[in-house]
Design a protein around this ligand. Structure first.
Ligand code: GDP
Length: 317
């Protein structure tokens, strides 16, 4: 939901921000344009959202997600997409990243609309705790896949934050839980710069093992720590974790090059490149897409728009 550079395939729209006196400011125009688009309004929606602190590689990751989407699906912003090549979706070896956009449409099987959202601010010292939780809550409410972008390790205060924000979001959805009783869909903990592959291997399996440890409920734990974990487990239909290696000094901006690094994959460390590819495929391959549901019902674009407006009102009050 933050301002992004112009993308050759369309512009990322900024539709929500906080004013200085803590009010939510919504620009209805981009929302309407997106959800009421003829190719979107009657299609089921996949809502992919990433959230986390500033300067932790979210846009970088989203750019590669978009490359995958443009390589495999049809974009309504840019139907004659020159990047559309499923075998070469990571781009030319020195191809620069150009910013990201938010919609593309698969061409095979049932047609879905995929919405990609970047949300900035969580665990960010510049954003107030209240705004942080509202941002996270809104992202959780409107996404079918929420990626929580974290650096290094999962910290206890981040889990508490997650509970606080999720409680807020859960309150907003009190009447709309499905048969699972869990109001939210998929949450992926994406851990960047994972430094302990000997303990937990990179990728989803290592991530799952690590997650089982940090979400474990133990009898000797303080009640507060137990309830945070219980709460998170009871709120999401699917919890997963992915451990991503360090991308290397150049990508991390710790070693300067001339010309300056442009985001291309050529400069990534090999294991980072392999894992980021696996991660993106595990999220965005057609069979992996998760349709946004409310009360067990798949949502189409126009319904999603109504639902979105309802929640925005709640955040504005
Ligand atoms: P955002 O503010 O979270 O969207 O962060 P950006 O995507 O703009 O990335 C900030 C910086 O981190 C850039 O220099 C990226 O090249 C770099 N970066 C991208 N991915 C990673 C990562 O996994 N680890 C580290 N250490 N740096 C990364």
């Amino acid at each position: 939901m933050s301002e992004k550079p112009q993308h050759p395939h369309g512009k990322a729209e900024n539709f929500m921000k906080f004013s200085n006196d803590n009010k939510v400011i919504v620009d209805e125009g981009p929302l309407k344009k997106m959800f009421e688009h003829p190719e979107v309004k009657s299609r089921k929606i996949v809502a992919f959202s990433i959230i986390g602190a500033y300067r932790k590689g979210k846009s970088f990751f989203l750019d590669y997600c978009l490359r995958f989407l443009y390589g495999h699906y049809k974009s309504i912003n840019y139907p004659d997409n020159p990047l559309s090549n499923p075998n070469d979706w990571m781009g030319g070896e020195d191809e620069a990243l150009l910013g990201f956009s938010w919609r593309s449409v698969p061409t095979t099987g049932e047609k879905l609309a995929i919405i990609v959202m970047d949300t900035q601010g969580l665990f960010d010292n510049e954003t107030s705790p209240m705004d942080n939780s509202r941002i996270f809550a809104l992202g959780t409410l409107i996404s079918s896949i929420q990626v929580l972008n974290l650096s290094g390790v999962v910290q206890e205060d981040q889990l508490q934050y997650l509970q606080f924000a999720t409680e807020f979001a859960k309150f907003a959805t009190a009447d709309s839980q499905g048969t699972s009783g869990k109001p939210f869909q998929n949450l992926l903990f994406l851990i960047r710069d994972w430094a302990n592959p000997d303990e937990y291997d990179f990728g989803l399996t290592g991530g799952e093992n690590y997650m089982n440890v940090f979400l474990k409920i133990k009898s000797d734990q303080k009640e507060e720590l137990r309830s945070v974990r219980q709460f998170i487990k009871s709120s999401f239909e699917d919890l997963s974790c992915f451990l991503l290696p360090h991308p290397g000094m150049i990508v991390a901006g710790l070693k300067k090059t001339n010309p300056p690094y442009n985001g291309s994959w050529m400069r990534m460390e090999e294991d980072f490149k392999i894992e980021i590819e696996k991660l993106i495929k595990s999220l965005l391959k057609p069979e992996m897409l998760v349709i946004k549901k409310i009360s067990d019902k798949d949502l189409i674009g126009s319904e999603f728009h109504e639902y979105f407006k309802q929640f925005l009102r709640l955040f504005q009050s």
